[in-house]
Design a protein around this ligand. Structure first.
Ligand SMILES: NC(=O)C[C@H](N)C(=O)O
Length: 509
């Protein structure tokens, strides 16, 4: 972006400057600019930086010429925070016309100033030099200033990150990923990468996406066969004969003690004939379509010589690591090919899967509760402005819930108690009947957390029939040491369990 920009050399020598103020400007270490976040998101809104020189780069959110074209206001955003920096450019500094269209990329140097009384900004940038401009043809720029639907944005994948919503989501996801690593690293868990392409389907957690090259191989074979037909048997016989003849020639030359050159040349001919034969034989095996054996698809001819899938969970693989490295976690993409189009079903999502050594269900619940609280507090501490945007546009109670979840001890009740509570509910008719043994539906989970307790709830000790084989059988022989964390407006957020360590017990399940 700033490739041919002359760096403001006097300001580059140090990463901080104390130019006329006690609070220094923070220069980025790997880019010749100051992040807009470090200006406008300071507790004083940037006013303490007035008088200091900076360079900033970003994309114009809105721009307008004022004073009969004598200067322009640009609202500049560089993605480091939702807020924009107000930038003022005088017509004597640069032609204003190409700076103002929404979407224009600009890299400018200037001086931070305290704006006149009565304006909403705490600080603004008076441009001294426009270093670089990436102009936009406003007639063709597809993102108008009006609110756009997420559906509409699907057609503008390359520009989506310029929108307030997608950039806020990106910053929030980044914060949550950072918080996740911070939490587990702080507690001495080791981050383990489990395979994304796998032959394991864990507990049968969901429908799997298959990974195969059989289709592309079949298409390639079909195309090749159209271009040149298969070699005939006569072609192959002819090639075999040639190999035989060339072999005999070599033998004769050797027997008659011919010159080294003659023998080398005839060996080369023999090699050529052999190569030609093996090519023909290879091609003669080309068959159109998907390979079949005994009426079924022959996966021995697939890329991995067996069926392979995108992972639905790294759990079983990470369990092998916990048994050697103590506490570990995975954090990566998982895939489920379920045809349920709800906000709770995604074909691709990121999942955190910790495994704790020498721990029981209570440790598991303590870890889950601490982790959820940590994430909520992290968002309040690091992403409040993005969360405020979410509250305004998507989810009115999001911040209230973050505050509540981060500060309230989670209720813990057994499945049996939960069912008893739900059976007593009279003011609401559930679509799914409540009785001991059912898998709690989303409506039940949400009732418990939103109505009964009005806070996060951990339900534990579920009937063994509805839970996975690896969960530890309790002494009552009817339930397993499993738990689900339920939170308001979402329902189940985490599922976990104590692992069955008794070989004879797990073998029977
Ligand atoms: N499927 C689940 O949510 C349970 C979870 N995989 C566990 O570790 O127990």
């Amino acid at each position: 972006m700033a490739g041919n920009a002359a760096p403001p050399v006097d300001q580059m020598a140090a990463t901080t400057l104390t130019d006329g103020s006690d609070s220094p400007v923070q220069w980025a270490q790997f880019s010749r600019r100051v992040l807009i976040r470090t200006i406008v998101c300071r507790p004083d809104g940037g006013v303490g930086l007035a008088g200091q020189k900076v360079a900033v780069g970003g994309w114009v959110k809105t721009g307008r010429e004022q004073g009969k074209g004598s200067f322009a206001f640009l609202e500049l955003n560089d993605g480091s925070c939702p807020a924009n920096l107000q930038v003022i450019v005088d017509s004597s500094v640069a032609p204003l016309g190409e700076l103002v269209p929404t979407g224009t990329c600009v890299f400018v140097e200037g001086e931070l100033k305290k704006p006149p009384e009565g304006t909403k900004q705490n600080v603004e940038l008076r441009v001294l030099k426009v270093v670089d401009v990436g102009p936009v043809d406003s007639a063709k720029y597809p993102l108008p200033k009006t609110k756009l639907t997420l559906e509409f944005l699907r057609d503008y994948v390359h520009l989506r990150p310029r929108t307030n919503t997608i950039s806020a989501v990106a910053r929030i996801r980044n914060a949550l990923a950072y918080a996740t690593h911070t939490f587990f690293q702080k507690h001495e868990f080791l981050y383990v990468h489990t395979p994304i392409v796998t032959t394991s389907d864990c507990e049968g957690a969901g429908e799997m996406f298959q990974v195969t090259t059989l289709f592309s191989d079949a298409e390639k074979a079909e195309k090749e066969l159209k271009q040149s037909p298969l070699p005939s048997e006569a072609d192959i016989e002819g090639a075999k004969l040639l190999v035989k003849e060339r072999g005999e020639t070599v033998a004769q030359l050797k027997a008659s003690k011919a010159s080294k050159e003659e023998i080398t040349a005839s060996v080369a001919e023999l090699t050529k004939a052999k190569e030609n034969l093996s090519k023909l034989e290879e091609r003669s095996k080309l068959k159109p379509g998907i390979p079949q054996k005994d009426g079924k698809i022959d996966y021995s001819q697939d890329f991995f010589a067996r069926q392979a899938f995108l992972t639905v969970s790294g759990q079983l693989q990470v369990e092998t690591f916990v048994s050697a490295l103590s506490s570990v976690y995975t954090f990566g993409p998982t895939f489920r090919a379920e045809h349920s189009h709800t906000s709770r079903h995604l074909a691709e999502f990121w999942m955190v899967e910790p495994e704790i050594a020498f721990a029981d269900l209570e440790d598991d619940m303590n870890c889950a509760e601490a982790y959820v609280k940590f994430l909520c507090q992290w968002l309040l501490d690091n992403c409040l402005d993005d969360m405020q945007f979410m509250v305004k546009n998507f989810d009115q109670t999001a911040i209230d819930r973050l505050k509540m979840v981060s500060s309230t001890p989670f209720e813990r009740i057994s499945y049996t108690e939960a069912v008893k509570l739900l059976e007593k509910v009279t003011e609401k008719k559930f679509e799914n009947k409540v009785e001991w043994g059912i898998d709690l539906a989303s409506e039940h989970e949400r009732y418990l957390t939103e109505v009964t307790f009005k806070k996060p709830v951990i339900v534990y000790n579920y009937p063994k029939g509805i839970k996975a084989f690896y969960m530890r059988l309790n002494d009552d022989k009817k339930t397993v040491a499993a738990m689900d964390v339920l939170v308001p407006k979402v329902g189940e957020l985490i599922g976990g369990s104590q692992r069955e360590e008794r070989y004879d017990v797990i073998e029977k399940r």
